[in-house]
Design a protein around this ligand. Structure first.
Ligand code: GLA
Length: 363
């Protein structure tokens, strides 16, 4: 284990932090030009930077892949967390920014693989640090767009814009309403008298990438058949009636999910918000088919816990985490109740938000 002092031989020149995200409503809508309502996680990633004296970029992270080195000019592309960092550097260079060889030190308390967008947090923290080090004029929306390109072109994950918008523009206390077509956005208060819990199912998202691409293709085909640019342009679910059965179900999820977000973004009571979350999960399970039995069970246990207004899977699905909206003051207890039942079947579920007190103390 290396410390920043050892790695930099002193202090870094700059350091920047960015959070992960939990999406509350609007799942699988971003690549359909639709709407979503994520919040930022209390967990975050920090990138510290200094100029390097040789012609290499030197990366280090305890929690990710340890040491990674790649040439500032030419040379082969790094793997693992290095690919996200490389993407950020190369995309800034493509905009005409002269990026010097760097020393990059990454720390994070975001769990990887739980669906809290640790990758978006890494990209946004890296771009923020570069912006500060090199005095680059770049607003937070443009920064989110570059972060998304780093993920698509360098980490080779064909994602939408939600995670990077959330990491770049969200805070923990409000939801960020995002229009994925225009990137218009505004903060929306969480329903009054409510707080969140996020619980990891302990199931890794193994199928996520291939099924994600399959769902994207199905949505594009449905939009083509309907003669619209994207499913966001369908506002009346009755317009889907002529589609083949499978495409109709996929499209119905997207169209109704957009309507749920638009309703929630106007500000609804916690009970109604919870009902919209429940409807979202059921639609992801039945129409969009991105849930798995473990997520369905965890959601059922959360819904049965005292003080819970609603619960759903969050993120792409096929594993990862669930989120629930609870009456203020009851979140921790609700999560513990749900987990004690869920984990009886030998599963490894765990609370992610509120961050377990013990975990915080250990840092
Ligand atoms: C992943 C992607 C996002 C979004 C969600 C599903 O997190 O990175 O762009 O599509 O899945 O809502």
């Amino acid at each position: 284990m290396t410390t920043p002092e050892i790695f930099f031989g002193g202090a870094p020149e700059v350091s920047a932090t960015a959070p992960g995200r939990v999406n509350l409503l609007g799942e699988h809508t971003d690549y359909n030009d639709g709407f979503m309502l994520p919040v930022a996680t209390p967990q975050a990633t920090t990138v510290a930077l200094a100029r390097s004296s040789d012609d290499q970029h030197h990366l280090y992270s305890d929690t990710l892949d340890g040491n990674v080195t790649f040439a500032a000019r030419g040379g082969s592309a790094p793997q693992g967390f290095g690919s996200y960092i490389e993407g950020c550097i190369r995309l800034m260079e493509a905009r005409g920014v002269a990026v010097p060889p760097l020393r990059v030190f990454v720390t994070t308390d975001l769990p990887v693989g739980s669906g809290l967008s640790s990758s978006a947090a890494l990209e946004v923290a890296m771009l923020r640090a570069l912006r500060e080090l090199l005095g680059i004029g770049l607003d937070d929306v443009e920064l989110a767009r570059i972060a998304q390109r780093a993920e698509i072109d360098y980490a080779r994950v064909n994602c939408g814009i939600m995670d990077q918008m959330a990491s770049s523009l969200c805070d923990e206390r409000s939801m960020l309403f995002v229009d994925a077509r225009t990137l218009e956005h505004r903060l929306v208060a969480l329903p009054e008298g409510a707080e969140l819990i996020v619980v990891d199912s302990g199931v890794p998202r193994t199928l996520a990438a291939s099924k994600y691409n399959e769902r994207r293709a199905e949505c594009e085909e449905a939009a083509r058949k309907l003669g619209v640019k994207a499913l966001r342009d369908v506002t009346d679910p009755a317009a889907l009636d002529g589609l083949p059965e499978l495409l109709r179900r996929r499209a119905r999820h997207v169209v109704l999910e957009d309507l749920r977000v638009l309703e929630a973004a106007q500000g609804v009571p916690a009970e109604r918000f919870g009902a919209l979350m429940n409807a979202s999960h059921d639609s992801l399970r039945d129409d969009y088919e991105v849930s798995i039995p473990e997520l369905d069970q965890l959601v059922a246990h959360l819904r049965a816990a005292p003080g819970v207004f609603g619960a759903r899977l969050t993120g792409a699905g096929f594993g990862g985490a669930c989120v629930a909206l609870c009456r203020t003051g009851s979140a921790r207890e609700a999560a513990e109740a749900a987990l004690s039942t869920y984990n009886k079947a030998g599963r490894q579920g765990r609370m992610l938000i509120p961050v377990p007190t013990q975990g915080k103390e250990q840092q």
